[in-house]
Design a protein around this ligand. Structure first.
Ligand code: ANZ
Length: 803
């Protein structure tokens, strides 16, 4: 008898798989396609359990699809630009390229050991010029369409990493840098942006994709569409200023006007005697975070500018304030304040003793302050008596006919700021000429390569600026001396379209080979973490819509179905990640129990969508299961007399269960069903006819194949089937065979027939008696009496003797 050595077994099959090219992508177009995509990892050093957790179940799902008759494309690559590499360079003097490539080298080996069906020929490494050339190419196309533009903008700035941060990279109530935890400050810089807001409305349409409700909600809130009106107020002695409001119906109740302290007109409208006070207030506001400013619990502050505005509804003169609860980055940066219906405005009015006029009638029992609910318009001239929605419409038509306002929509979504003042990213292909301004690098000069040598000490400027060979160049238009843009692109650019590059990673006529695209696009099933709900997953949708408008693809959405897994947590209960220092190295477990045991363990610890804490002790149990499963193929004997119908029924039932569970990403319960089935098979083996036994094992190995690919292959070969189990069709099942066979039992009490009950054919004696006693018709005859005896004649009757 062979000893069980899972790692040797797995190595053996991995070699065979490699030799026979088992995971070369199936190009047989007579089969339906299935493009399965798992989020590409960042090459942080070693593959840890936090990588295995999303990847191995995705692999199981891809294998399941393959066995179900699909040609499956399941690629992998590395998201290789970004800060950690540059920080390694700063802290340890290793060049980011070297650091990244050696990590990739390492992780590639570890990925192979996983035994997943990745098609390694499609690998993409985003820091490779062969890849980022196309980031630059896209940038030029975006630039042509006006979708890439440069603008002076206040940006969130991490003073430690010396770089701008996207809004999503600023975290926590005290606004810290997501990477290093340093409090973020605001800084004004000329930045490159992508015009994602042009697609805001289309991004709100989820009708063409099956994504989790939660992701849709997060994206919807992130885009934050508000419908309302822009209304023009005349500022005395200055001119018109616009506000954005969602409640044009309340205009008659606008008793003051508030501007964001950063509003460029604040300075201009402020009267001379208020100047000092206003300036001091504006300076103070600039130092505060947006979160603090919009914190509803914080006491409202503001300053009177000395100016007055005219309410266009009733001609009344109302005071103009600057107050920090109004933000420059939203709407028009100015509001009409309606304390009667808005809580913030009410508070402000109370504090500064400003008039409050209700314009919506609150219910009789209302005893609060601002009333934000439904009700009839009051104190509102021609609107009086109308409900809120009707009044809004009426006011908008009125404003439009008067030329003092119009219907308007505002979004919370901002354009995507892609400039980073760092080295380790894609250089933005723009040249600045004193004559011709910002000139795009001609397409034939791409890629603009990152120079190999760079000084990494962070100064707030890109290290590229201090590299004269890179920095100084010629204007593509006039040939005169010019300088290069030194910002690099946000790494979310890389991951916005990588799924296209996988199709033809070395193609040099475009970002991907359209012929391959026609065969495989779009992605059918994407899997990854919920943390990407609003950045990556919104950017890649945006990117695809732009590609569609460029004629590169003929569909609207990049990924048709999305499934989010939960997070595997470290032993400390925090998300497992290298930056948190709580990673578990899978190697120790793979060396000891094998890859199949680790992947099954990760799938077994709970519903995949939930994740959970890592506790390595449980892997023993899984390892035992795999070993027992394998031992089924060893024959052996048992005295159990198995019912042939029973084994068929159980097999069919297990096939159904595992099929439905794998389709629904319920890996844990699929495994549980296989464990139960193993126990059953072990108990009856030897007592089963040869053909039935063989059939049962065949089905078992097929069901095991996506979950424990090496063990299933071993089992398949041990029962004498031909290589490879992974090229077999998924087993079917027969509902009719699953339904339990029923028989009718006669129930007698003291020899008299009282009832007939339908029960499963294989019912045990004990259950048969219970069922007899539970009968409605039997109960009256036994209640209150002593049960002296119960006799069961198998398959026929139960006789209860009472007295
Ligand atoms: C008058 C009014 C009356 C408002 C009322 C609300 C209730 P959402 O729904 O988030 O889009 N607002 C507009 N621009 C602002 C800015 N830059 N900073 C702070 N607040 C701003 O919110 C839109 C409402 O938020 C707008 O409608 C405006 O106040 C305020 F009973 O106008 B409202």
């Amino acid at each position: 008898r062979k000893t069980y050595d899972p790692t040797a077994l797995e190595r053996r099959w991995q070699e065979r798989w490699a030799e026979t090219g088992l995971y070369k992508t199936d190009e047989d177009t007579s089969k339906p396609k299935h493009y399965a995509l798992t989020m590409l990892p960042y090459p942080s050093g070693d593959l840890h359990v936090g990588h295995w957790y999303p990847m191995t179940p995705s692999d199981t799902r891809a294998r399941f699809k393959r066995m179900n008759g699909y040609r499956v494309f399941f690629p992998i690559g590395f998201d290789a630009f970004g800060l950690p590499a540059e920080n390694a360079a700063i802290n340890r003097g290793i060049h980011p390229y070297k650091w990244t490539m050696s990590n990739i080298e390492n992780m590639r080996g570890q990925l192979r050991q996983m035994g997943a069906m990745f098609d390694f020929d499609s690998e993409v490494v985003t820091c490779d010029p062969e890849y980022y050339r196309w980031n630059q190419w896209f940038f030029l196309k975006f630039f042509e369409k006006g979708l890439a533009y440069r603008k002076e903008a206040p940006v969130d700035w991490c003073p430690k990493d010396n770089t701008t941060l996207a809004r999503e990279q600023v975290v926590g109530p005290d606004r810290r840098c997501e990477r290093c935890g340093t409090p973020v400050i605001k800084k004004n810089l000329a930045q490159w942006l992508f015009g994602i807001t042009r697609y805001a409305d289309e991004l709100l349409d989820f009708s063409k994709i099956e994504w989790p409700e939660r992701v849709e909600t997060l994206q919807r809130n992130w885009i934050g569409r508000s419908e309302g009106a822009e209304i023009v107020f005349e500022i005395e002695g200055y001119g018109p200023l616009e506000v954005f409001t969602t409640r044009p119906d309340t205009l008659f109740g606008a008793t003051f006007f508030v501007m964001s302290p950063e509003h460029p007109a604040v300075e201009k409208i402020t009267t001379p005697e208020r100047e000092d006070e206003v300036r001091a207030y504006v300076e103070k506001a600039a130092r505060m975070s947006e979160i603090d400013r919009t914190d509803v619990t914080r006491e409202k502050t503001g300053v009177f500018t000395g100016a007055h505005a005219i309410n266009p509804a009733n001609g009344e003169k109302i005071p103009v304030y600057a107050a920090d609860y109004v933000l420059m980055g939203y709407g028009t940066g100015a509001i009409m304040a309606v304390p009667g219906q808005d809580e913030r405005d009410w508070e402000f009015a109370e504090k500064y003793d400003l008039p409050i006029v209700r314009t919506v009638e609150p219910p009789e029992d209302f005893d609060g302050k601002a009333y934000t609910g439904e009700g009839q318009a009051i104190n509102s001239g021609f609107l009086d008596g109308l409900g809120v929605e009707e009044a809004k419409e009426r006011m908008i038509s009125h404003l439009e006919s008067e030329g003092t306002g119009r219907r308007a929509v505002t979004y919370r979504l901002r354009d995507w700021l892609i400039s980073r003042q760092r080295y380790w990213g894609t250089p933005i292909p723009i040249i600045y000429c004193p004559e011709h301004g910002a000139v795009p690098v001609p397409e034939e000069d791409l890629p603009v390569r990152l120079p190999e040598d760079a000084e990494f000490i962070p100064t707030g400027e890109s290290p590229l600026k201090r590299d004269p060979d890179f920095y100084n160049t010629e204007c593509p238009t006039c040939g005169g001396p010019a300088t290069r843009e030194t910002d690099t692109m946000d790494t979310f650019v890389d991951s916005s379209w990588y799924q296209y590059r996988y199709l033809s990673p070395h193609y040099d006529q475009g970002p991907f080979d359209p012929e391959r695209g026609a065969k495989w696009l779009p992605v059918d099933q994407y899997t990854g973490g919920i943390e990407h709900a609003v950045m990556h997953l919104l950017y890649t949708r945006f990117w695809t819509k732009v590609m569609r408008d460029m004629g590169l693809v003929d569909f609207d959405e990049p990924m048709l179905r999305l499934h989010n897994q939960g997070h595997i947590l470290g032993e400390d209960g925090e998300k497992m990640s290298k930056s948190r220092g709580n990673v578990i190295n899978p190697q120790d477990f793979v060396d000891r129990y094998g890859s199949d045991a680790l992947r099954c363990f990760l799938m077994f610890i709970g519903p995949w969508g939930q994740g959970g804490p890592w506790d390595g002790r449980g892997i023993e149990g899984i390892s035992r299961f795999l070993r027992r499963a394998l031992s089924l193929a060893n024959g052996g004997s048992s005295d159990a007399e198995a019912d042939p119908a029973e084994i068929t029924r159980r097999t069919n039932r297990t096939v159904k269960k595992v099929t439905e569970d794998l389709e629904g990403f319920r890996f844990n319960t699929a495994l549980a069903a296989l464990m139960e089935h193993t126990n059953y098979l072990l108990a009856v083996r030897g007592g089963v006819g040869e053909d039935e036994w063989k059939d049962a094992l065949r089905s078992f190995a097929l069901l095991l194949a996506p979950l424990a690919p090496h063990h299933a292959e071993e089992m398949w070969s041990a029962i004498g089937e031909t290589y490879s189990v992974h090229e077999q069709a998924w087993p079917g099942y027969d509902e009719a065979l699953i339904a339990e066979e029923e028989i009718t039992l006669v129930v007698q009490v003291n020899g008299k027939l009282r009832d007939r009950v339908a029960v499963p054919a294989d019912i045990s004696e004990e259950s048969a008696k219970e069922r007899a006693l539970a009968s409605e018709k039997v109960r009256p005859h036994v209640e209150g009496k002593e049960l002296r005896k119960a006799v069961y004649v198998p398959g026929r009757l139960v006789n209860l003797v009472v007295g």
